[in-house]
Design a protein around this ligand. Structure first.
Ligand SMILES: C[S@@+](CC[C@H](N)C(=O)[O-])C[C@H]1O[C@@H](n2cnc3c(N)ncnc32)[C@H](O)[C@@H]1O
Length: 292
């Protein structure tokens, strides 16, 4: 085991992959063991079979060609859940976990029964551009009374989200295939009733091709780019969200580090109150919230 680990770490380092725990996670995937268990087995000097050694090396070779780890293992951790992911869907990122917290806090603060006509009904959340369903499912898992609607345009991504919603949605997540621009029509019964609307939309400016091959070559283009300044979809979301969100409800948007001021200006001009930009755990401006 220790030998396999060392060989894979060297292969990955050669390919420029020096951060993260990819070697342990790849071996763990082959053995169907957790990362912690792989570490323990390595320390205890446990032997790995020749077959498992070869399987792990084969995966490491794919990873060294910069195929994302999550495409090789078929799963991505997001907050407390594990999503099925693969080619055709954006791999959820750790920074989005922090953005989702704003929506979770806002949802949890909605008094029961204030959210809808039904007394005692839970709060309503919408996740636009849901990808794998990561944010929508985290909201449903962490706010047990919430009902969540999610929209995704890409049929490939929608298929991944569909699998995840079926497994983790607790029958409180409704997934729709469609364009955010049509959200008013797609979510007609929710107009003026949504307590929290969150989106991690594509926000890379069209001319700014990401440097990491995992992102550039494996995340779908539809998940990355959004016009010359990266904010085309934010402009659409700001307007449709105004129709969907109830008075006093919250909008949460993820964005790139330099986009906070532009997004606050868009939201302010559309009539949102109190637009505020927040930092992630590495002190970069990555989320903006506003109140209807
Ligand atoms: C940056 S990814 C985020 C995915 C997921 N919310 C997450 O945080 O992991 C953006 C997602 O928006 C979807 N998308 C792009 N344009 C869209 C549109 N006009 N309407 C709906 N979804 C769209 C993409 O297919 C992609 O899944």
């Amino acid at each position: 085991m220790a030998e396999t680990l060392k060989t894979i770490e060297a292969m990955l380092a050669e390919a420029g992959i020096t951060e993260g725990a990819d070697a342990e996670l790849l071996i763990g995937h082959v053995l169907a063991e957790s990362r912690g268990r792989v570490q323990a087995l390595a320390i205890m000097g446990t032997e790995i079979s020749a077959e498992d050694h070869e399987a792990a090396l084969s995966l490491a070779s794919d990873r060294a060609s910069r195929i994302p780890l999550q495409h090789l293992t078929g799963k991505a951790a997001f907050r407390g859940i594990e999503l099925a992911v693969g080619p055709g869907v954006f791999v959820p990122r750790p920074e989005t976990e922090t953005v989702a917290q704003f929506a979770i806090d806002a949802l949890a603060a909605v008094p029961l029964g204030e959210s809808a006509e039904q007394p005692g009904a839970g709060p309503i959340a919408v996740d636009l551009c849901t990808g794998s369903g990561a944010i929508a499912l985290a909201l449903a898992q962490e706010v047990s009374t919430a009902r969540v609607w999610a929209i995704e345009k890409s049929p490939e991504a929608h298929a991944w989200a569909s699998r995840n919603v079926e497994r983790l949605g607790d029958e409180r997540v409704t997934l729709l295939l469609g364009d955010v621009a049509d959200a008013r029509e797609l979510l007609a019964p929710l107009v003026g009733r949504v307590n929290v609307l969150i989106s991690n939309p594509p926000y890379v400016p069209t001319g700014m091709v990401p440097r990491d091959p995992e992102v550039r070559d494996h995340d779908p283009e539809l998940a990355l780019y959004s016009g010359a300044d990266g904010l085309d979809l934010v402009r659409v979301i700001s307007k449709v969200a105004l129709d969907l969100v109830t008075d006093g409800g919250t909008l949460v948007l993820e964005h790139a580090e330099q986009q906070g001021a532009s997004i606050r200006a868009i939201l302010q001009a559309d009539g949102w109150r109190m637009p505020a930009t927040h930092q992630d755990l590495t002190f970069r401006d990555r989320a903006t919230t506003a109140v209807r």
